[in-house]
Design a protein. Structure first.
Length: 278
C-alpha cells in the first residue's frame, strides 16, 4: 500500500534472475521473462544476459547493462538470486539502505568483504534470520557465495538504491513508478516444495531431474511457455542456470499472489537483513 491507502497497480511483468559474480558473468547470468495472465504464468523468454541484452560477457560490462535494464523496467518485478544483506551483527549501519549505499566504499573487493565478515564474528559463519527460516544453503560470505553477494550488492543494488531507481522489498515501500526487487533463492524454493534434487550437470540423471522439476512446477501452479523450445532450453542447459532463473520467476510470481505479505514482513530483522521470498 502507498500513502493514503491507495492500492498499487498489479504487476504483470515478472523477471527471474539467476545471478553470478564470475569474471564472464554474462554467460552465467540467466533471465526468465514471464507475464501474468489471470491465474497462470506465461514464460516469454529464457536466455543468458549475453543473448538477452546483447552485451559482452565481461562482468563489469554486463552488470552495468543489467542495472540500466532493471531501472528502465519500471512496471516489472524482479526476483534476484543473491543475498540482499548480511546478519545484523555485521551490518554496522543504522538501516539497510545505509548499509547498501556504503557497501562499495566499505568493501574494496570480494576478498575484503569475506575477510571482514569472518573477522567481525571471530571466524564463525552465521546466517540471517531469513536464511535459517527458508533453508538457504550458505551464509552470504560463504566461500561458494561471497563473490555473488559482493557483486550483487555493490554493482547492482547499491547504484540502483542510491539513484532511487528501484524499490527493494520489504526494506523499502513499493512505488508504482519504480521497478520492484525481491530476493529469491531457487534452492530454498525447491526445498520448500519438496523438489530439491541434484539437477546441475551434464549426465542423463541431471537432465531427467531438470525435466522432473519443471513438470512438478507445472503441476503445482499453471505455467505455460510461449514457445516449446523454451522448455527444451531449460532442460538442456547443463549448469541449471536456466532452470534457476525460471524458479526465480516462479517464486516471484507466487510472492505477487500474496500482496500483503509482499509489502509487509512482521519481524524487525527483515528490515535490516533482508528477506528471502521462497
Amino acid at each position: 500500500m502507498v500513502e493514503g491507502g491507495v492500492k498499487l497497480p498489479i504487476r504483470t511483468r515478472v523477471y527471474g534472475v539467476d545471478f553470478s559474480g564470475a569474471r564472464q558473468a554474462g554467460r552465467k547470468i540467466w533471465i526468465t521473462h514471464a507475464s501474468v495472465h489471470q491465474d497462470s504464468l506465461h514464460v516469454e523468454q529464457c536466455a543468458s544476459v549475453v543473448l538477452l541484452l546483447k552485451v559482452a560477457p565481461e562482468r563489469e560490462i554486463c552488470l552495468k547493462a543489467l542495472r540500466a535494464w532493471i531501472a528502465h523496467e519500471q512496471e516489472a518485478i524482479f526476483g534476484l538470486d543473491f543475498p540482499f544483506g548480511v546478519p545484523a551483527q555485521l551490518l554496522e549501519a543504522a538501516s539497510w539502505e545505509d548499509f547498501v549505499r556504503a557497501f562499495p566504499e566499505r568493501y574494496a573487493t570480494p576478498q575484503h568483504f569475506r575477510a571482514a565478515c569472518y573477522m567481525s564474528v571471530s571466524g564463525r559463519e552465521i546466517k540471517r534470520l531469513t536464511d535459517y527460516e527458508n533453508g538457504t544453503p550458505w551464509a552470504g560470505y560463504n566461500l561458494r557465495l561471497y563473490r555473488q553477494t559482493f557483486y550483487g550488492i555493490s554493482a547492482v543494488l547499491a547504484p540502483l538504491v542510491t539513484q532511487g531507481s528501484v524499490c527493494v522489498l520489504p526494506m523499502q515501500s513499493p512505488r508504482a513508478d519504480r521497478a520492484w526487487l525481491i530476493e529469491i533463492c531457487p534452492a530454498a524454493t525447491l526445498k520448500r516444495h519438496g523438489l530439491y534434487m541434484p539437477y546441475k550437470g551434464k549426465e542423463a540423471r541431471h537432465r531427467r531431474a531438470r525435466r522432473d522439476i519443471l513438470e512438478a512446477m507445472r503441476c503445482l501452479a499453471p505455467l505455460r511457455f510461449s514457445d516449446a523450445t523454451l522448455r527444451d532450453t531449460i532442460i538442456e542447459e547443463k549448469d541449471g542456470d536456466a532452470l534457476d532463473s525460471l524458479v526465480a520467476a516462479w517464486a516471484t510470481w507466487r510472492a505477487l499472489q500474496q500482496p500483503d505479505e509482499l509489502e509487509e514482513r512482521c519481524h524487525p530483522l527483515y528490515a535490516l537483513e533482508g528477506y528471502v521470498y521462497s
